[in-house]
Design a protein around this ligand. Structure first.
Ligand SMILES: [Zn+2]
Ligand SMILES: [Zn+2]
Length: 112
């Protein structure tokens, strides 16, 4: 699968973008996992409406996990970062990319 082979610095275009601009792949998106507060009260007759019945999970203690559905990329010749769908990324070769980041500044021999 394509996502397994992605390395930092690999060049792609984004198929959903109107212009063919080269982007460098940086990493997959990170997100915090869904979490639930943990019931620690063992009293069966309790209705667990009190705060002390629960161990509140702080999201800041959670490790973010990789979400390979989205990737963080940076435009060639630009400092801006973009979050794009990983499935929209099409690999390109270094020879196809102009120093300005555009693809096809000169007459292209083959369509990408
Ligand atoms: Zn309780
Ligand atoms: Zn150019």
């Amino acid at each position: 699968m394509l996502t397994k082979e992605m390395k930092r610095g690999d060049l792609f275009t984004v198929s959903s973008w109107r212009e063919k601009i080269a982007v460098k792949w940086l990493r997959f998106s990170l997100e915090y996992p869904e979490y639930e507060d943990l019931l620690i009260c063992e009293d069966d007759s309790c209705d667990h409406t009190s705060e002390i019945c629960w161990l509140i999970t702080d999201v800041r203690d959670q490790e973010p996990v990789e979400n390979a559905t989205y990737s963080i990329v940076r435009m060639v010749g630009d400092d801006r970062f973009h979050e794009v769908e990983t499935a929209d990324l099409i690999p390109v070769n270094y020879e196809q990319v102009c120093s300005c980041g555009q693809i096809g500044c000169w007459p292209a021999e083959e369509e990408i």
